[in-house]
Design a protein around this ligand. Structure first.
Ligand code: NAI
Length: 323
């Protein structure tokens, strides 16, 4: 019987995937792979890998000649070496459009929690303090500028849901033509120009060689004093040490992170319990409906490839064919 490896997952159960694959006559091997060797061991004899965060590297692809396709739960595919997959003819698929609204509203929720001091007020009340000035002064949201870095699927939705909240929305995306900017979004020509004018910066870029550490000491040095930074993209886009230094020197007034370079966040990280930091556990994508759609689409890529030789959502096309 043909089989796939479900290499790692943090869902409570896998009933949806098991039912989908059973209906197609495909066996499922379940594992919690963290390393390349874990994946290589577990994927023996599998035509496909359905993964959350497991590493799919050149070493993995080279060691699995029977592998035809890998499909990622989610939009991002930064744990997959797509160039290596392409070289070896392995298809790469993802599920890019299941939670666009969820991530955008989560980013807006984090931005507003910072702007309105929501988490700080709650902390102060828990500590016995009840006063509207307990967490410092607040500015009017309609006087603030929202700066969006990466105006793709989620960035555009963020602009849409935020446009009546903030006074102005600006965005920086060097890969879009002017015509792809909605009329209510002003174009910042560079990242430096964006961070120099935004009161709230929200990150929506993919993680790749260009964006790793994109928000580092130099960009923060050009950032408007007292800005808020929200990251729902990928943890490694922000240099956390530089962001903590910017919080300490007042460049940043607050930081909200749904994604972190190491997940889960280490208990002893200075981010945990920091009075000006809000953390959520890589949950921006989540709603019950979005999770179901994510899982169905990511799994269906494998079943469809097995039947037709091509998945629904192609990241990079391969040359290997189902046997
Ligand atoms: P997308 O591919 O639709 O949009 C990304 C945009 O960023 C593109 O328009 C691209 O031109 C732009 N871009 C690339 N490099 C740039 C740069 N150096 N500067 C400015 N813009 C740049 O991606 P999508 O679906 O909107 O996802 C955005 C991010 O959200 C990704 O990092 C993804 O992994 C993450 N994500 C996070 C989730 C969560 O639960 N926290 C869930 C889903 C996605």
């Amino acid at each position: 019987m043909p089989r796939i490896l479900l290499s790692d997952y943090d869902f409570h159960d896998l009933a949806l995937e098991e039912a989908l694959f059973a209906s197609q006559g495909i066996d499922v091997v379940k594992a919690q792979c963290r390393t390349e060797d874990d994946v290589i061991r577990a994927a023996q004899g599998c035509f496909g890998i359905l993964l959350q965060y497991a590493p799919i590297t050149d070493k993995v692809v080279r060691a699995l000649p029977q592998l035809g396709i890998v499909s990622r739960y989610g939009a991002g595919f930064d744990t997959i070496d797509t160039a290596a997959c392409e070289r070896h003819g392995v298809w790469v698929a993802n599920s890019p459009d299941y939670g666009v609204g969820e991530v955008a509203t989560h980013a807006l929720a984090l931005a507003l929690a910072l702007v309105r001091n929501v988490v700080a007020y709650n902390r102060d009340i828990t500590a016995g303090e009840w006063h509207y000035l307990s967490s410092g002064p607040l500015k009017r949201a309609s006087d603030l500028t929202l700066g969006i870095v990466g105006l793709g699927r989620i960035g555009k939705r963020m602009a849409h849901v935020s446009r009546n909240v903030f006074g102005r929305v600006v965005a920086c995306d060097p890969y879009l033509i002017d015509g792809d900017f909605p009329a209510y979004v002003q174009r910042a020509p560079t990242l430096a120009a964006l961070v120099g004018q935004a009161d709230v910066i929200s990150l929506h870029v993919p993680l790749n060689a260009e964006t790793r550490g994109l928000i580092g000491a130099d960009v923060l040095a050009a950032t408007k004093r007292g800005a808020f930074l929200v990251n729902t993209a990928r943890g490694a886009v922000v240099d956390v040490d530089a962001a903590l230094a910017a919080l300490a020197d007042g460049t940043l007034a607050g930081l909200a992170l749904d994604v972190l370079p190491t997940e889960p966040v280490p208990r002893d990280s200075p981010l945990v319990g920091h009075p000006r930091v809000i953390l959520t556990p890589h949950a921006a994508f989540f709603s019950l409906d979005a999770e179901r759609e994510l899982r169905r689409k990511a799994a269906q890529n494998l079943a469809t490839w097995h039947k037709t030789g091509r998945p629904e959502y192609v990241v990079t096309a391969g040359t290997r064919k189902p046997m």
